[in-house]
Design a protein. Structure first.
Length: 711
């Protein structure tokens, strides 16, 4: 990509520049975190597989829903409220192996930018954050290769010029990176017949190429394809994955204006097969095509204008069930397919008023509408959810009928006005005060009772029943650098107000539900907190220490005379974690040896416990506490790793990475279950009537070793 910067005197030319050492203080934006592939690879990870998502979970304001989950929460937002972009393409499920690993191969990644606040106007569609990931590019002068062999998976990356390099470099280059796990190769070695026929693996492939079509034109083509496969014979099979493709044209109109035009495709789908007996296959998919154009125009030395427009066409397939085999009696069923379109236009100006004061102000206007449906549902009293006073709970409303809809008929059009504002007041070269405000709209919604992304995620568009989510966030921060920018200090406070936040009624199941509006209640959320970080960027010891103090609460009032959730009072969301401490660092012992470690402490996740039980019609029915009234025990973990570089040879270099995840074997609770104690220790015992809590943990101490190479 091209990066435009203005010279100190006049606008002369476009130059390529790296991040400035004092960027923490001088850049206009706040609440922005940047990582590169080198940092990600230095952070210890489970089974030695460098993980981008686990790395950003060490940043202030970012938490993991649960251990091993592939999602993340930012400043009190849900996992689906993060816009995850890979070369501009949306990645809907960023995890492999049910969340234990991310889909982003560190060898294929160039750099990562996380926007937690003050989000630029060119981004939209999610409430909480934007994770902008850019793929690496191949060397345009020579061929290169790199890879790694670990206990879980292996990877290989190759890249180079399309043609023999000239003195100024080739006109284009490519990079291909592949990765595959191989646990399935060892399962057949087991003597247990319930294991040796199973399959469990993932693979992914990244591709990026670029071609310089002329002095002012650059073409890029990149893509990703990944898949997870789980197969249990005589049980079930599950396959899911993402696919993306990006075609981008960069054009320079001269020294003052730059254009970036893109055509982007994203897809997420999964397939589940149940067998034997009444075998059936369940398929679900979500895809979108995005056409967009972004412009950057250096008007003067004190004005930099960014503007653009785009359209996103969505296709939602929440579920299709078909029989498998001639003996299956399953009836083919298709759940509410739909399409939608999202359009937007934006403009934002960076205005340098004086040497000390810089303002950024802009507006994004978005439009969303559904494009045809199978039908429109009508409910009695126009209420898809009603309160049953006799049973003291909510239940789906009475469906009166379905109204036909014309193909491509525009339904429920909605406009969103999203102002953006940033301020930077620089006291001197080493310290500044920043403030920001933004409003974000989110038009597509995740239907999941889980706190983290799962292979069974279903998205639904905004409709007459489900309103667009809206968030307003204010932030104020102090930033300072020390010792010639060797150390960075940042402290930020924020407050976020989120409207149209739905929660499920008791007993709701979003899977195979053709009418999601019948199982949700509408409310609003608030999130506020303090984030602090000290970061060391240079020297033998590098890393950071961060602390976040925050709260995230939701209020879901009742309808139809009902009390709402928790009597309509504020209650913690599933991802409310007031205290979050993260420490990570790398120390170079010598030219060949380096040590790295990270430590995490988090408050326990809110949870709802059964507090009593009663018998009705011969059935034992649990009585639960108020929603998220209790918490799991606090979470903490320490990981360490050591890297030994082999002596550099003419054709390349290798290194060994030895790691231990959870070095002191902390048994962190992922969830708590309750079971009735028996008079005997086996299943022949009688129930004692006493329930006992059992803790489910994912990982104890996990060692790893990986050999990495490049040439």
């Amino acid at each position: 990509d091209f990066h435009l910067t203005a010279a100190s005197d006049v606008l002369k030319e476009v130059v390529v520049s790296a991040n400035r050492a004092d960027e923490n203080v001088t850049q206009l934006g706040m609440s922005v975190e940047k990582l590169n592939a080198k940092i990600v690879k230095q952070i210890p990870a489970v089974l030695g597989e460098a993980d981008l998502l686990k790395s950003i979970q060490l940043l202030p304001g970012v938490t993991a829903p649960t251990e091993g989950s592939g999602g993340f929460n930012v400043r009190g937002g849900a996992a689906d409220q993060n816009l995850v972009l890979l070369d501009e393409a949306i990645v809907y499920n960023p995890s492999h192996l049910l969340g234990f690993f991310s889909v982003f191969n560190a060898d294929a990644i160039k750099d990562v930018t996380l926007y937690k606040g003050g989000v630029p106007a060119r981004f939209g569609g999610r409430l909480s954050s934007v994770l902008d990931i850019r793929m690496n590019e191949g060397n345009n002068k020579k061929f290169e290769a790199a890879g790694g062999i670990g206990l879980l998976s292996s990877r290989l990356t190759v890249g180079g010029p399309f043609t023999r390099a000239r003195e100024e470099g080739a006109r284009g280059s490519f990079l291909i990176s592949g990765r595959r796990s191989y646990a399935d190769l060892f399962l057949p070695l087991s003597s247990d017949t319930t294991i040796n026929r199973n399959k469990l693996y993932f693979y992914d492939l990244n591709f990026r190429s670029n071609f310089r079509a002329g002095k002012n034109d650059h073409l890029f083509l990149s893509g990703y394809f990944g898949r997870d496969v789980i197969d249990v014979p005589n049980g079930f099979g599950n396959s899911w994955g993402n696919a993306t493709a990006t075609l981008r044209w960069n054009h320079l109109f001269g020294s003052r204006m730059f254009m970036n035009t893109s055509l982007v495709y994203s897809n997420y789908d999964y397939l589940i097969t149940f067998y034997p007996g009444n075998s059936c296959r369940w398929q679900s998919a979500l895809e979108n095509i995005n056409a967009k154009a972004d412009f950057t125009w250096f008007l003067t030395n004190s004005h930099q204008l960014a503007f653009g427009f785009g359209s996103i066409l969505y296709r939602f397939e929440p579920g299709t069930i078909n029989p498998v085999g001639s003996t299956s009696t399953v009836t083919p069923t298709t759940f509410g397919r739909s399409r939608a379109i999202e359009n937007y236009v934006y403009a934002q100006n960076e205005h340098r008023i004086s040497k000390a004061l810089t303002l950024g102000y802009g507006l994004r206007v978005s439009h969303f509408a559904q494009l045809g449906l199978d039908s429109l549902r009508r409910y009695a009293n126009n209420q898809p959810v009603v309160f049953d006073a006799q049973l003291n709970n909510y239940r789906p409303g009475t469906l009166l009928g379905r109204d036909p809809v014309r193909t491509n008929e525009v339904l429920n059009p909605t406009f969103g006005f999203e102002p953006r504002f940033n301020l930077n007041y620089t006291f001197n070269a080493n310290q500044s005060l920043k403030a920001s405000y933004h409003r974000m709209y989110q038009y597509i919604h995740l239907l999941s009772s889980s706190t983290a992304p799962t292979p069974l995620d279903i998205y639904t568009p905004s409709s007459s029943w489900i309103k667009p989510q809206v968030a307003d966030q204010w932030a104020l921060g102090y930033f300072r650098n020390f010792r010639q920018d060797q150390f960075e200090l940042s402290a930020e406070v924020y407050y976020k107000n989120m409207q149209n936040q739905f929660d499920f009624i008791d007993g709701a199941s979003p899977l195979l539900n053709d009418a999601p509006e019948t199982i949700i209640l509408n409310g609003h959320s608030r999130a506020y907190g303090l984030e602090m970080m000290v970061r060391k960027n240079t020297g033998r010891l590098t890393g950071w220490v961060s602390y976040t103090l925050s709260r995230t609460e939701r209020k879901t009032p009742g309808i139809g005379g009902g009390p709402g959730i928790n009597q309509g009072n504020f209650y913690p969301t599933n991802y409310d974690k007031p205290h979050n401490v993260a420490i990570t660092g790398t120390y170079d012992l010598s030219k060949r040896w380096s040590l790295s470690a990270n430590f995490i402490f988090q408050s326990g996740r809110p949870i709802t416990y059964p507090v009593a039980k009663y018998t009705f019609a011969g059935l034992s029915i649990p009585e639960y506490s108020q929603r998220t009234e209790h918490r799991l025990p606090a979470y903490n973990r320490m990981d360490v790793a050591a890297t030994q570089k082999n002596r550099k040879k003419r054709k390349g270099q290798g290194q060994w990475v030895f790691g231990i995840y959870n070095i002191y074997n902390r048994q962190n609770a992922a969830s708590i279950t309750f079971r009735e104690e028996l008079t005997n220790n086996d299943e022949t015992g009688l129930g004692t009537g006493i329930n006992k809590a059992y803790k489910l943990t994912y990982f104890g101490l996990v060692p790893s070793v990986t050999y990495e190479f490049k040439f």
